[in-house]
Design a protein around this ligand. Structure first.
Ligand code: GDG
Length: 473
């Protein structure tokens, strides 16, 4: 890699958030695995991060802000722009579309105009700092038009995109009337990576159908008249060592033991999700309710802890879903509490990292049953947290990207209440030997394909995919 090559990470949200306090604006570090991995890559390459930081900030948050080893260039967006671009086109258009919930999609012309405008802002921010040979790494569905804008401006850097969420089949993607613009925008990149092979196939098929551009499968690529765009499946990993270390940390273990005593259950089950309809929380609760109906002997002995992190709660779909979940929780607790033991604990808040680690450590069974998910990091984090102990059962949706790698999990169809219930039967009845065998196999995969592996491979491919100036030397 050329020495002069810097890494420019571009994402909708930054690894810091500006918070207004009594002394004015303050930058607070947001926790998250992705930021941690990119920190290392940014330290190694040198570079910066371009993102929207929540409120108006200056032109640059210098290295050292909130402990970050690199500067952040905030993209300025007005509140109304954010509402229409982010809450509107991204969260009410592309998010349900890509997760195959077409009836939830709201595609409005003012949302699209704001999306275009915001993408122009992001592209301008890149253009203001980019130098020949830089590697520009764009993240996710908020920025589809940025690669096309950079290409049109003749930016001499390698441009790569990682798409974190699923890419739907053309029958679904085609519902969006701006499908051609979105695809053409993405094809401004040199390299586009998705979580799984089916996402790659869906993307290539959409390009073929809606743009009439030839595509090839092996290796996957789009054959534009003047150049090729590399496409590949690259499942995101987690910061394995940190989660593994947490899992055997004495303080975490003490907290986990205390948690188990409070819950008073022989078997602890755990769900951890952003409160989002794609995560299948309601369907999971129904499956659990069915399990308690069918296996009365377990009512006194089991407790499901469902952690739901508040998310997008100003959107009507999210508020309705929250109400339905509250009702289901009330019903299950009301129906099945016996001798003062409720078989369900519902935690509607974001937990501190160490507290989350204690929940992972306390859980005999993790229920990760999204209706559709790009990958699902919770599944991998649970495995890493239980690895040292070689015990624990993962019940995993067949529609999570993670199911393609984590085949030793108990795989269920999250739309089928009976299937979830059967999955829970298998999990509670699984003998220790089988639990160990499966957990070891899961652990091996999560350990080898960790976040550092993921970053390294993506950046190596990006450096090789770009214009000659970027891949030379
Ligand atoms: C998108 C895609 C893809 C959760 N609760 C708490 C908490 N978390 C952390 C988890 C995990 C992360 O949030 C959630 O990651 P997921 O992968 O499950 O889901 P999305 O947020 O939808 O992420 C997804 C991912 O991008 C990466 O490519 O896997 O498919 O949708 O890391 O640990 N963290 C803390 N407290 C909580 O209460 N601190």
């Amino acid at each position: 890699m050329p020495a002069a090559s810097r890494l420019i990470v571009v994402s909708n949200r930054a690894p810091v958030e500006m918070v207004r306090g009594p002394e004015g604006l303050r930058a607070v570090r947001t926790v998250g695995g992705l930021a941690g991995a990119l920190d290392d890559a940014l330290r190694a390459h040198g570079g910066l991060w371009i993102a929207w930081v929540g409120v108006e900030a200056g032109d640059e948050l210098p290295a050292g802000t909130a402990g970050l080893p690199y500067p952040i260039r905030p993209v300025r967006l007005k509140e109304r722009e954010v509402n229409n671009y982010y809450a509107g086109f991204a969260n009410q258009g592309l998010w349900p579309l890509c997760h195959a919930f077409p009836s939830r999609c709201r595609f409005q012309a003012n949302y699209w105009a704001a999306y275009r405008h915001a993408n122009e802002r992001f592209a301008a921010a890149v253009q203001a700092v980019v130098r020949p040979r830089d590697l520009v790494w764009l993240h996710d569905f908020h920025l589809c038009l940025v690669p096309g804008l950079l290409r049109a401006a003749g930016v001499p850097a390698s441009v790569g995109v990682f798409w974190h969420i699923p890419f739907p089949p053309p029958t679904v993607f085609g519902i969006c009337r701006w499908r051609a613009e979105l695809l053409s925008g993405l094809l401004g990149a040199d390299l586009i990576a998705f979580q799984t092979e089916p996402d790659v196939r869906n993307f290539l098929e959409s390009v073929r159908q809606f743009l009439g551009v030839p595509v090839s499968d092996a290796p996957a690529r789009v054959r534009l008249p003047e150049r090729e765009v590399g496409v590949f499946a690259h499942p995101i990993g987690i910061d394995y060592e940190t989660f593994r270390a947490h899992g055997s940390d004495a303080t975490v273990q003490t907290k986990a033991a205390r948690l188990r005593t409070t819950l008073g259950a022989e078997v602890v089950m755990l769900g951890v999700d952003r409160l989002d309809y794609t995560k299948g929380i309601l369907e999971r609760l129904r499956g659990y309710e069915r399990f308690l109906e069918r296996r009365p002997e377990w009512r006194r002995r089991v407790c499901l802890v469902q952690v739901a992190v508040p998310s997008r709660d100003r959107l009507p779909d999210y508020r309705d879903m929250k109400r339905s979940i509250d009702e289901a929780v009330g019903r299950i607790v009301g129906r099945f509490t016996s001798e003062g033991h409720p078989p369900l604990q519902y935690v509607y808040t974001a937990l501190a990292r160490e507290q989350l680690a204690a929940y992972y450590a306390a859980a005999d069974i993790a229920l990760v049953t999204p209706l559709r998910d790009g990958m699902n990091l919770v599944a991998k984090e649970y495995v890493a947290s239980r690895a040292a102990r070689e015990d624990g059962v993962l019940v995993l949706s067949e529609f999570a990207g993670a199911a393609r790698e984590l085949r030793e999990a108990v795989i269920v169809n999250p739309y089928d209440v009976e299937a979830i219930c059967r999955g829970l039967d298998i999990a509670v009845d699984m003998p220790p030997d089988e639990r160990r065998r499966r957990m070891r196999a899961l652990d091996r995969r999560v350990a080898t394909r960790d976040l550092a592996w993921w970053t390294r491979i993506f950046l190596a491919r990006l450096a090789a995919a770009g214009p000659p100036a970027a891949s030379a030397a």
